[in-house]
Design a protein around this ligand. Structure first.
Ligand SMILES: Cc1ncc(COP(=O)(O)O)c(C=O)c1O
Length: 466
């Protein structure tokens, strides 16, 4: 239940809004828009709903805006375990161990068969940076040139310069170069806009086979790893076809390439399995994760590595540089481990992965009902993770304009539902609405989201000319 005491008076609300406008630099926002409108300020959350500074309630179909508050808001048990752990020991640097770190590492290794060593840090970007460093140090220690990292068009792996070097999203990269060397792109896996102009299943899964062509172009001796989101998230919610990952794995094995799967969004139940890659017959060498690890009640990210990767770093104690020389100060914060342990307990006790699968099917069924709409080009997803791609014209697949997209999103928000969208990612193709509610949603919540999306699309697209 929302706390009515927490409602701010009109004057208190105005004061906060003014402070925000004067001093807070919002993420991913053109601040000029705040000259004519107020920022959205979220004050509290409960279950699947949040409330803004004016007391307006929204069903949060985006799990905190960027698909991460998976167990929903207002969990006392999460707050309690964090509180208790902070009083016992808030922090110790990761050169030492802590009780919750060891417990959570063991739990993670238990749910990620074959990956039995866990390196903790703070954000998804940082976890991916660690994975890149592991790949490069292995090449260095083996005396090979296998330091290049391949990434996929439309995927995103984080905000740092190296992560942007591995981003298949030109608009996230623009203006932030020069980037480090040693990154190359493979094609995306979106059937609706097949990069090879083919149709599944008669396509021989060319998007996966293209990996081998890129490996040859770059030189098999130079390619150390490929990093992939199991299901592309911010690039437009793109689940590859079932045959995709076995082909990728075969090519990786053939050329001695480390397969890194970025579960930052998909991990911890989002797609209806604990990890997104479990939808496929594939065994990654490294899995990175963040967001859902502790449902963002505390920052924590992790790299899970196979025993073979870990053992590359085992050398004589006298070898001064032959171990993984990486430390992340806040990778030693214990609140994240405590929260992550409780988060896993909740996922299991409340069968939330199963709920994600069941409610996800309902969500996709309901969204597919919108496919008849003139401007709904494609509906795709897995679990509580869905994308609706809007087009101005179904036969040419021309994307809707930015102004139509904006109108659609405003329409959905006005219905009391928050969802996400592809946002300044892929030039000309920021036309996908993303739906990813907390994993605790029920059928009525899903229906409410779909109804709002429907209204938003109808209103936002009504002025598109044929
Ligand atoms: C797939 C994926 N990987 C990595 C990241 C980076 O995570 P963070 O923002 O925690 O650095 C994101 C962020 O949205 C993401 O979507």
């Amino acid at each position: 239940m929302f706390d009515t005491e927490a409602l701010l008076s009109h004057f208190e609300a105005r004061d906060i809004i003014e402070k925000d406008k004067r001093h807070l630099w919002h993420h991913l926002l053109q601040h000029r828009v705040l000259e004519s409108q107020d920022p959205m300020i979220i004050v509290e959350g409960d279950g699947v709903r949040v409330r803004d500074i004016h007391g307006r309630e929204y069903l949060d179909g985006a799990s905190g805006g960027v698909w991460c508050v998976n167990v929903g808001y207002g969990r006392e048990s999460m707050a309690k375990v964090i509180h208790d752990q902070l009083l016992r020991l808030p922090y110790y640097a990761g050169v030492a161990g802590t009780v919750p770190a060891a417990r959570f590492a063991e739990k993670l290794a238990g749910i990620l068969p074959g990956l039995d060593h866990i390196f903790f840090s703070n954000s998804g970007s940082e976890a991916n940076e660690k994975a890149f460093k592991m790949v490069r140090q292995i090449a260095h220690m083996r005396g090979t040139s296998k330091s290049k990292i391949l990434y996929r068009d439309r995927d995103y792996h984080g905000t740092t310069i190296a992560c942007l070097a591995s981003a298949g999203q030109a608009q996230r990269r623009e203006a932030y170069g020069p980037f480090p060397d040693g990154f190359a792109e493979i094609p995306h896996a979106l059937c609706y806009r097949c990069p090879f102009g083919k149709s599944y299943p008669g396509c021989d899964i060319e998007c996966a086979r293209a990996l081998e062509a890129v490996v040859h172009e770059e030189g098999p001796d130079t390619v150390g790893a490929v990093i992939l989101e199991p299901i592309t998230a911010g690039g437009g919610v793109i689940p590859p076809v079932p045959e995709y990952y076995p082909i990728i794995q075969e090519i990786c094995e053939k050329h001695g390439i480390i397969l890194i799967i970025d579960e930052v969004v998909c991990g911890f139940g989002r797609t209806g399995t604990m990890f997104g890659f479990e939808h496929y017959d594939v065994a990654p060498d490294i899995v990175t994760m963040a967001k859902g690890v502790a449902s963002s009640y505390a920052p924590i990210s992790a790299v899970a590595a196979s025993r073979a990767i870990f053992e590359e770093f085992l050398h004589d104690a006298g070898d001064e540089l032959g171990f993984f020389r990486d430390i992340s100060t806040y990778g030693g914060c214990t609140a994240g481990f405590a929260a992550a342990l409780e988060n896993l307990r909740i996922l299991e006790a409340e069968a939330l992965v199963e709920n994600s699968r069941a409610m996800g099917e309902h969500l996709l069924d309901r969204l597919r009902e919108l496919a008849d709409h003139d401007h709904v080009g494609d509906v795709r997803g897995r679990g509580l993770f869905a994308g609706i791609e809007l087009v101005a014209d179904k036969s040419s697949k021309e994307p809707v304009s930015e102004s139509v997209m904006g109108a659609v999103m405003r329409g959905i928000t006005a219905e009391g539902v928050l969802v996400g969208r592809t946002n300044r990612s892929i030039p000309g193709l920021n036309n996908t609405i993303n739906v990813a509610p907390p994993l605790i949603v029920d059928r009525a919540d899903v229906d409410e989201i779909v109804e709002a999306v429907k209204v938003g699309i109808e209103q936002g697209c009504k002025d598109i000319r044929d």
